[in-house]
Design a protein around this ligand. Structure first.
Ligand code: ZN
Ligand code: ZN
Length: 404
């Protein structure tokens, strides 16, 4: 089968599924679920796959809300993974647009399944439902549990206020600081207390001073997760959580050392004890794969979505897909679901994640994901090129404007 015929079959199938995919996306959007709690989305996505004739394995890798669905080819061969995220954010719902990621990934899988009784090549496409991107590092857990075993290349899309095939992401060390003081009556005996709230405030002040002397692309940001219990008690326990981010793993370690010094300083200044606990999972930056990204760019353009120029004003986020990209050739292109200038993790972005622009992004992305997976199965030479680039690339830090 020629490439043009394959493309026509996929496009026709995605167009036929379009209204159902959009309805599924809106349904997930209307019921936002936090990381590890994506029970409804998990049920709806797997039911959708099954209804279209796909095999589904639920609760894979020890995560109740993860799933896999495999679309087989003519004979055993390479596995290409298409990733689907579906978790939301506290209070602001689908402000990262993961409802679009989920339905684009599942849309690509079902279109492939419906277009071909068997994929016309050796190998298989595996849709992997990856829970808990927002704070849970679901993909890292699934990799450890072997769910990505045998995957030769992985891909997903992410919504954004513009279409951009390659953008760097930052690594993250998550760290918790806890201060212990001494509780007393806040009015009658304040001089006998040790105030753990003062310590956590002091830590934020220290970090604000530190921030002036960190690398421009690095980020340090946090929230107080426990600030005391009642105003008439001097707080004896406070806690705060922070993300330390950089595009360089070695610099993350330096930031952690400086964070610990700030925390110790805050404890000393206030007479408290401090415990600093870094999370055991470190998020890694995305490692680019331009061989695969170029395929996706062409397929997305043919599906009607051209790349937008890089927005030099915009900073970078992070993703647990970064860890996948360090182990397996991976792409994480951004697809427009909102007008220019609408930031991720905002209430406006959540609104746009169910707009006609999001529908256009969803459908073009489903087509491009399916077609790129087929391109890789169709051409062992292209897959070899993708693998070679992965092996030769050690630096995870090309700038946004870099391309081949
Ligand atoms: Zn997000
Ligand atoms: Zn996201």
């Amino acid at each position: 089968m020629r490439s043009a015929e394959l493309r026509a079959s996929i496009e026709e199938m995605v167009d036929r599924l379009a209204d159902e995919l959009e309805a599924l996306s809106h349904r997930i959007h209307a019921h936002p679920e936090l990381c590890f709690e994506e029970e409804k989305a998990h049920a709806w996505l797997t039911e959708f796959l099954e209804a279209k004739g796909c095999d589904v394995a639920r609760g894979v890798g020890g995560l109740a809300t993860a799933f896999t669905s495999t679309i087989p080819g003519t004979a055993p061969g390479p596995t290409i993974a298409i990733l689907a995220e579906y978790d939301a954010l506290p209070r602001i719902g689908h402000a990262c647009g993961h409802n679009v990621i989920a339905t684009a990934g599942v849309g690509a899988g079902t279109a492939l399944r419906l277009a071909f009784p068997r994929l016309p090549f050796r190998g298989q496409v595996r849709v992997i439902g990856t829970p808990a991107e927002e704070g849970g590092a679901g993909k890292v857990r699934l990799m450890k549990a072997g769910v990505f075993e045998g995957v030769e290349a992985a891909m997903m899309i992410h919504p954004r206020d513009g279409t951009r095939i390659w953008r760097p992401t930052l690594g993250i060390i998550k760290v918790k600081a806890e201060f212990s003081g001494k509780a007393v009556h806040a009015s009658s005996w304040p001089w006998r207390g040790v105030n753990a709230l003062n310590a956590v405030i002091q830590l934020f002040v220290g970090l604000d001073a530190m921030r002036q002397q960190i690398r421009p692309e690095a980020r340090v940001h946090g929230i107080i997760t426990h600030g005391g219990d009642q105003p008439n008690i001097i707080p004896e326990y406070t806690a705060a959580e922070f993300y330390l981010r950089s595009d360089r793993m070695e610099y993350l370690q330096e930031l952690l050392c400086r964070f610990e010094a700030c925390a110790r300083g805050a404890a000393t200044a206030t007479g408290c004890e401090v415990t600093v606990t870094p999370d055991s999972i470190v998020h890694e930056p995305l490692k680019p794969n331009f061989a695969m990204a170029d395929l996706f760019r062409v397929n997305l353009e043919r599906a009607g979505l051209a790349e937008d120029p890089e927005d030099e004003e915009a900073g970078y986020g992070s993703t647990d897909c970064g860890n996948v990209s360090q182990v397996i050739p991976t792409i994480h292109p951004y697809v427009r679901t909102a007008p220019d200038g609408v930031p991720l993790h905002s209430r406006e972005f959540a609104e746009w994640a169910r707009s006609p622009i999001a529908r256009t992004g969803l459908l073009a992305a489903a087509k491009a994901l399916a077609m790129t997976a087929l391109d890789l199965l169709a051409s062992p030479e292209t897959l070899a090129e993708v693998r070679e680039e992965f092996a030769s690339r050690t630096s995870p830090r090309p700038r946004p404007s870099e391309s081949r």
